[in-house]
Write a protein that binds this ligand. Structure first.
Ligand code: FPP
Length: 239
């Protein structure tokens, strides 16, 4: 098929090279809502629907690991109303997933980030979703909730100290990260061009792809564009 044909199609395009681990910073929900005179929570709701579409598409494409940045350790500073709306969206998604595990197909759901601060109710649903999909062998969808890249590295180091290590090398840290240790491509919509404490360790040799599209408007075609661009990157890993 023509990759960017105007006609909507359900056909999944083929790529010569796919990122093994794709990271996505879902940004621009607030601006999307503001442009429409809506509360920020409406932007997050629209963003959650795009998350569903894009995570399904990553699975259809056969991407092995995809990490979505859903809530950072810094996002607690936002107004309570907005934080509550986001937590409610995570809960809705998990209840949906619980009711229809068949829909998860062969995909694995995993949550990354600190558990402290998250309600017991949500933690229970998160644990259940992880458990129910733990034997699946398809795409691993990591949802970064209460996540910070620095916190992830500190937590890896602490785990190694607890094991009695007195000298720590890069491989030791890689083994203790929440996600697959390398991230090949990071997509950030909404025009911002920064990492914002996302996958700091894993991003050492990541390719970056930016777009002005706000996350709630992000489409499968935008994903294909990013992947097409990634195919043509010349990755040298410092060599
Ligand atoms: C950043 O955009 C986005 C967030 C802090 C939240 C992202 C969360 C979602 C898209 C919902 C995910 C839901 C599920 C079920 C996984 P922003 O609000 O900072 O946007 P702005 O920069 O335009 O203000």
């Amino acid at each position: 098929m023509a990759l960017f044909s105007k006609k909507e199609t359900n056909e999944v395009p083929q790529f010569e090279t796919l990122p093994t681990h794709l990271g996505i910073i879902m940004d621009g929900n607030g601006r999307w809502a503001k442009k429409r005179g809506l509360p920020r929570s409406a932007g997050h709701k629209a963003g959650a629907n795009v998350f569903r579409t894009i995570s399904d598409e990553c699975a259809a494409l056969g991407i092995k690991y995809v990490t979505f940045y859903a809530f950072s350790t810094e996002n607690w500073k936002r107004p309570k109303e907005e934080v509550d709306a986001l937590m409610a969206l995570f809960k809705d998604y998990l209840l949906e997933a619980k009711a229809d595990m068949v829909k998860a197909g062969n995909n694995k759901i995993k949550f990354i980030g600190e558990r402290e601060g998250i309600s017991q109710e949500l933690l229970k649903l998160m644990d259940e979703a992880e458990e129910e999909t733990s034997s699946h062998t398809g795409t691993t969808v990591y949802l970064a909730v209460n996540y910070g890249g620095r916190q992830e590295i500190a937590s890896a180091v602490n785990a190694l100290i607890k094991e009695g290590k007195t000298e720590i090398n890069e491989n030791d840290i890689s083994q203790k990260l929440y996600t697959y240790p390398e991230c090949d491509l990071i997509i950030r919509p909404s025009g911002e061009q920064r990492l914002s404490n996302f996958l700091l360790w894993q991003a050492a040799y990541s390719e970056f792809w930016y777009s002005d599209v706000l996350w709630p408007d992000f489409s499968k075609k935008d994903l294909y564009r990013a992947l097409k661009d990634f195919e043509n990157r010349n990755r040298r890993f410092g060599a």
